[in-house]
Design a protein around this ligand. Structure first.
Ligand code: NDP
Length: 300
């Protein structure tokens, strides 16, 4: 029997270098190894590479050696200062022609500066914002947002998908960093509410397990996002379902409850102060969506 189907083509996994072996970089190097990539690693503290070397990674002796080992260089460092500390000391020739996938988090401005810094040295930066903890690396249900040259992204997309789903959002190098920071604003602020509730629960002898059902309900804010999105886009701040004056009274009840428990009130006081500013600006009868406007300028 003959077949007209084209023979299957197999492309060997491309070699990858991972620089920075904190929890995130280590998980990433591990995910590349799992997919059969030749992985070269470098870390300031070389001993962090031990487990990866046992699994087949190659530990580069120098940063230049790490850069020379692959066309795709994944950077997972604490911040961009660490990136300059590592790459700034290397022979610039080793950077030429490299695609630096910078999964280090920092500000959008710093991501733009770093893209220009890389370009001056003949390298291309793809900025990435990883939307998962290390435990989600290697899971296609996790996502990383990328920005930077589309051509470089397309060339390395298949490799990057060893880490998470790869979502290219645009060419502007600061964009992925901005989207990452938007994510973190919501993440840290919402999670701080959870920590605060745990402290209050603990002051009343309740455990994390006791709080769990209520926390799962309270932290699921999707219905609020869905409800407010069209109103926000339409500039509709009518106080038909919620009013800022009511929000202030509620926020003050939280402050009083927290104070009565003898625990730190700084966080609920900051929330109450936000509502108070809105009321003082004459928005007491408006919806809480008006707080976006209040937050849109510096507090007096
Ligand atoms: P860590 O801060 O734990 O790891 C940082 C790495 O940076 C280590 O390899 C460390 O080297 C290196 N480093 C720090 N400063 C310097 C320096 N001056 N010179 C050389 N190397 C340096 O971070 P994570 O692994 O947790 O995360 C990496 C990046 O990923 C961060 O930008 C983080 O914001 C981001 N991220 C992390 C998430 C997480 O849940 N962990 C989630 C999403 C994003 P050494 O081992 O020698 O100290």
């Amino acid at each position: 029997m003959t077949s007209t189907a084209a023979p299957a083509t197999t492309t060997a996994p491309a070699p990858v270098t991972v620089i920075g072996l904190g929890p995130m970089g280590s998980a990433m190097a591990g995910a590349f190894l799992d997919r059969g990539h030749a992985v070269t690693v470098w870390n300031r503290t070389a001993s962090r590479a031990d487990a990866l070397v046992e699994r087949g990674a190659r530990l580069a002796g120098t940063v230049e050696e790490a850069l020379s080992a692959a066309g795709l260089i994944v950077l997972s460092l604490t911040d961009y200062d660490a990136m300059y500390a590592v790459l700034g000391g290397a022979d610039p020739a080793a950077l030429r022609g490299r695609v630096l996938v910078n999964l280090t988090s920092d500000t959008p401005d710093r991501a733009r500066e770093a893209a220009a810094w890389a370009a001056e040295r003949g390298a291309v930066q793809l900025t990435g914002g990883v939307l998962t903890p290390p435990s989600g690396i290697g899971d296609p249900a996790s996502t990383t947002l990328y920005s930077g040259p589309r051509e470089a992204f397309d060339a390395h997309r298949a490799t990057l998908e060893a880490l998470t789903a790869a979502d290219h959002r645009g060419e502007e190098p600061g964009l992925a960093a901005l989207l990452y920071q938007l994510n973190m604003v919501m993440f840290w602020t919402a999670l701080s509410g959870y920590w605060q509730a745990l402290a209050l629960a603990g002051a009343h002898g309740l455990t994390a397990s006791d709080l769990r059902p209520l926390a799962l309900e309270a932290l699921d804010l999707r219905k609020f996002v869905e409800f407010y999105t069209p109103r926000l886009d339409a500039g509709d701040h009518r106080g038909d379902v919620d009013r800022i004056a009511m929000g202030l009274a509620s926020a003050e009840h939280v402050v009083h409850t927290v104070a009565a428990a003898g625990i730190d009130t700084a966080l609920p006081e900051a929330v109450a102060a936000l509502f108070r500013r809105a009321v003082e600006a004459g928005h007491g009868a408006d919806s809480a969506t008006r707080l976006v406007e209040v937050l849109g300028k510096p507090a007096a």
